[in-house]
Design a protein around this ligand. Structure first.
Ligand SMILES: NC(=O)C1=CN([C@@H]2O[C@H](COP(=O)(O)OP(=O)(O)OC[C@H]3O[C@@H](n4cnc5c(N)ncnc54)[C@H](OP(=O)(O)O)[C@@H]3O)[C@@H](O)[C@H]2O)C=CC1
Ligand SMILES: O=CC(=O)O
Length: 325
């Protein structure tokens, strides 16, 4: 008999068929307050779990006595209790690499859109405000040759450094816990402490995961150290930036603008002051959201689950220590 698995994200038909070939698939339309109790029931029998967006915590794991493998259709794994999974010997698989370039493109989009006021200008055109030769009230600022500061020099940070250095001749600064030789050797990036990054960057670009260490790493004190002309771009995770402090900083001219793909609460509440600010470009967490990349992530996650449940994991395991047991 095929092992049962729980799927909590709609997959393209061919990938769903690939899962069906290996498993008895119990499918749910997302993990939310309605489906979660049903998912917990189904997990009594399930040996695998695959999806994205939904807390995989101790409560859920306590309902899953037969679980042997978990696969998230994302690179970030802040929704997962990795310690608890590891304690139970369950591998957590994720999808790095396949989305790196797409997310870096999204970050560059936010850099350009905020600096050149692309969204704001397009909205003004649609509102019928383009009535003659434009004046300085429509002007933006240059991106090329400005200093890019990268917080989170991992795969995505490196791909962003490549774009900024090779495409826009930008000097690159980065703050990291360790030296990143490829960023330095290939893209002339210079490592510095956080205070230097804050005070010298024209664009502060964040591609950090959400962890206990990174929570509110950028708050009032840090924003106050930035140039008043600086633009903050966050496509890592919302909680890395103290959103209340960011809103105040934008309202009071402490920094110039922000381009945000991630928020402390998602979807962004409809009454968020961020939605009223012309100097904010707010995207609905679309970092990896192209047809090609989302398909690639789903395919990677399906292969990852098959590998986890057949004991053939070669890569993309968040907690590889469980494989040695
Ligand atoms: N907006 C979106 O749609 C998307 C968002 N993301 C987010 O981007 C994140 C990064 O992805 P990716 O680049 O592939 O991951 P990586 O693991 O390659 O990079 C993360 C980097 O963050 C660094 N880091 C972690 N903690 C700290 C810290 N306390 N101080 C300084 N640096 C730190 C790591 O440093 P070190 O090298 O020292 O370990 C690492 O280099 C994901 O975790 C996810 O949250 C990802 C995809 C899409
Ligand atoms: O936010 C998206 C991810 O893949 O992580």
């Amino acid at each position: 008999m095929k092992p049962s698995i729980v799927l909590y994200k709609k997959l393209p038909a061919d990938l769903r068929q690939r899962l069906d070939q290996h498993f008895n698939v119990i499918e749910f339309n997302g993990m939310n307050s309605t489906t979660r109790p049903q998912i917990l029931d189904a997990l009594q029998q399930a040996e695998g779990l695959i999806g994205s967006n939904g807390k995989v915590d101790k409560e859920l794991l306590d309902h899953a006595p037969r679980l042997r493998g978990v696969s998230t259709i994302s690179v970030g794994f802040d929704n997962f209790d990795v310690e608890e999974l590891t304690r139970r010997g369950i591998p957590l698989m994720h999808t790095p690499t396949v989305l790196t370039d797409t997310v870096a493109d999204t970050m560059m989009t936010l850099v350009l859109a905020t600096a050149r006021r692309a969204v704001e200008s397009a909205e003004r055109v649609k509102a019928g405000e383009w009535n003659g030769s434009i004046g300085a009230d429509w002007f933006g600022v240059d991106v090329h040759h400005k200093t890019m500061g990268i917080l989170g020099m991992g795969r995505i940070g490196l791909a962003l450094a490549k774009r900024a250095h090779l495409g826009f001749d930008m000097p690159i600064l980065y703050t990291a816990r360790r030296q990143h030789a490829e960023a330095e050797n290939s893209f002339n990036a210079r490592r510095c402490d956080l205070d230097t990054l804050l005070s010298e960057s024209d664009f502060l670009c964040i591609s950090l995961p959400h962890t206990d260490e990174t929570f509110h790493m950028i708050s009032r004190e840090q924003l106050a150290k930035m140039k008043s002309s600086a633009i903050l771009v966050n496509a890592g995770r919302g909680p890395v930036v103290d959103e209340e402090a960011l809103i105040e900083a934008l309202q009071n001219g402490v920094i110039h603008a922000a381009g945000l793909d991630v928020f402390e609460q998602e979807p962004l509440p409809k009454d968020s002051p961020l939605l009223k600010m012309p100097n904010v470009v707010a995207l609905p967490h679309i970092g990896s959201a192209t047809h090609e990349t989302r398909y690639g992530m789903a395919a990677c996650a399906v292969d990852n689950l098959i590998a986890a449940l057949t004991g053939e994991v070669k890569e993309f395991c968040v907690n590889p220590e469980v494989l040695k047991k």
